[in-house]
Design a protein. Structure first.
Length: 315
């Protein structure tokens, strides 16, 4: 091997390492932006239902989705049935259906049991990534998985047992919660699959575009009547929150997420997504003045320690 070839190989290896590490942190950054979503939702929920909010945001995001799909229409050629199914899984399963299942689980069961079962999401993503994407897990990955799940558990429950009767898990609401976790975990894997076929901008645009028919059907089923508010509605503030909610935790977060997922294994990305509840803790403390317990602080530190270790391991 001559010197020029060796330099070229070393350069490509260094670039691959940098891409792997930056990919993890872009997924983290995209997930962090999901954590600011409640800042916009609180006012909107006084005027609209959840389905109406999501529908309006997707309509606003057509400003992005339609031009991108048209400009990148060449990428749609040659897609196989499994790619179309993956796109529908991302746009329908990972967004709308998972949220519906999770909300229904809360309405019909023990909230703590529902939250506990939702923590299975990374396990579903890792298993599906192994089966569908043939991803291999490097050494010490199990350690980071345990740390990340432990940190998330502490954020949610502290050191206490979340439920008094383990029979609460084996209920209809438990199955709904497991279904939501599987859909969210599978959505990560399907997103990684599609990023091998098209650009991240196109995947993001198609996620918004393909979700519209389902959201229209769900909103039509609810009826289009607005939520009755006891206070006068400040429509200027409502519109501002709709626009910012659609383009910051909506569009920008997914662009960062899918850009990072391009260079990141799905099994790594699903752990990076756990930065979302960690940031939610900060938002609750800084904005909503909710007290942070020592258990939650420990969980916060454990999650970020796992993410830093994960970013080094990803090289």
């Amino acid at each position: 091997m001559d010197r020029a070839t060796a330099v070229g190989l070393n350069g490509r290896a260094a670039t691959a390492k940098a891409s792997a590490r930056s990919g993890i942190w872009l997924v983290v950054l995209g997930s962090v932006l999901w954590g600011v979503d409640p800042l916009f939702r609180i006012l909107l929920l006084k005027t609209f239902t959840s389905a109406q909010i999501v529908l309006i945001e997707h309509v606003l995001l057509l400003v992005y989705a339609l031009p991108v799909v048209w400009l990148h229409r060449q990428e749609l050629r040659g897609l196989k049935l499994r790619h179309l199914m993956a796109l529908l899984f991302i746009s329908w399963g990972g967004s709308a259906l998972a949220t519906i299942l999770f909300t229904s689980a809360f309405a019909h069961g023990n909230p703590n049991a529902v939250l506990l079962l939702q923590k299975l999401q990374p396990l579903f993503a890792i298993i599906l990534a192994r089966i569908i994407l043939k991803e291999s897990l490097p050494r010490r990955f199990a350690l980071f998985l345990i740390l990340a799940l432990l940190g998330t558990y502490l954020l949610t429950f502290g050191w206490k047992t979340p439920i008094g009767h383990w029979g609460d898990i084996a209920t209809w609401s438990g199955l709904l919660s497991i279904g939501a976790a599987a859909l969210w975990g599978g959505s990560t894997v399907m997103g990684r699959l599609m990023l091998g076929q098209m650009k991240f901008e196109t995947v993001t645009a198609l996620r918004f575009l393909l979700a519209l028919p389902l959201l229209l059907a769900l909103s039509a089923g609810e009826g289009m009547a607005l939520v009755h508010s006891a206070q006068p509605v400040a429509w200027g503030a409502v519109i501002a929150n709709l626009v910012m909610g659609a383009f910051i935790p909506g569009l920008l977060s997914l662009l960062l997420y899918y850009r990072g997922l391009t260079d990141t294994k799905a099994s790594y990305a699903t752990l990076a997504e756990l930065s979302f509840p960690a940031v939610g803790l900060l938002i609750n403390w800084l904005v909503f003045q909710q007290a942070v317990t020592p258990d939650q602080l420990v969980g916060f530190v454990v999650i970020w320690a796992a993410l830093f270790g994960l970013s080094r391991q990803s090289e």
